[in-house]
Design a protein around this ligand. Structure first.
Ligand code: G3P
Length: 225
């Protein structure tokens, strides 16, 4: 499983990359706009925190293929590193994916609500496809089922693209998506923490420390007895 952080907030990115086994960062125009400052500075800031080898997924905002391609070329040049251009699965986006594939620019197909959208994006050259799990749940669909269908279609049709499941509101959604075998998830900082939280874990750790200190004293650890 590859974990990515779905934010452009530098403090959250620094903390998550320090603590957790992060593979990259995803952004979208909404996430970027929350930071409310220079777009390229935001991206360069993220790149400097995560380094050039971790994945950074950045969305193009144009809705015409040629313009999407221009954005992708620009971002690839200015931001560089292990960069993926997120392109929505509209018809012009699919056209852009074909062109970008030929140019060797990596694409993440985004705003995916159906398995057929994912399949066409993958056939058009997208390396990742991003189904919006919670947004599908919110329209009385099943985000997990869509992810499951995508996994099945990719195997049946021998497609190389990977799933980058997105739009999560709780740990159960992440858990069910992980059980489908989806290769990656992008979650916000709060869900990243919640994947680990359990009161009995905290209780157990407290108990271990209490018992230890009863015999060996406060502040003593295994290497300073
Ligand atoms: O990466 C796409 C994702 O950010 C959408 O999530 O929470 O806005 O549905 P959400």
């Amino acid at each position: 499983m590859m974990y990515l952080l779905d934010t452009a907030n530098l403090e959250q990115i620094k903390r998550a990359f320090d603590l957790y086994p992060m593979s990259g960062v995803t952004t979208n125009p909404t996430i970027i706009s929350k930071e409310n400052r220079n777009f390229i500075e935001i991206l360069k800031g993220i790149r400097s925190v995560i380094g050039k080898d971790k994945m950074l997924h950045v969305q193009a905002v144009s809705t015409k293929a040629e313009e999407i391609v221009k954005e992708a070329e620009y971002l690839n040049e200015v931001i560089g590193g292990n960069l993926y251009i997120k392109v929505p699965v509209i018809a012009e986006g699919i056209k852009a994916m074909k062109i970008l594939k030929n140019k060797g620019i990596k694409v993440t197909a985004t705003a995916i609500f159906t398995a057929e959208q994912a399949l066409m994006a993958a056939v058009s050259g997208a390396e990742f496809v991003a189904p919006y799990v919670n947004r599908i749940d919110n329209i009385t669909g099943s985000g997990v089922n869509v992810v499951d269908e995508i996994m099945e279609l990719f195997e049946l049709h021998n497609v190389d693209a990977k799933v980058l499941a997105a739009s999560f509101k709780n740990v159960q959604q992440v858990h069910e998506v992980a059980l489908t075998g989806a290769q990656s998830v992008t979650v916000n900082a709060q869900i990243m923490d919640k994947l680990l939280e359990h009161p009995l874990t905290d209780w157990s750790v407290e108990q271990f420390i209490k018992d230890w200190e009863t015999v060996y004293g406060k502040g003593k650890v295994t290497n300073n007895l």
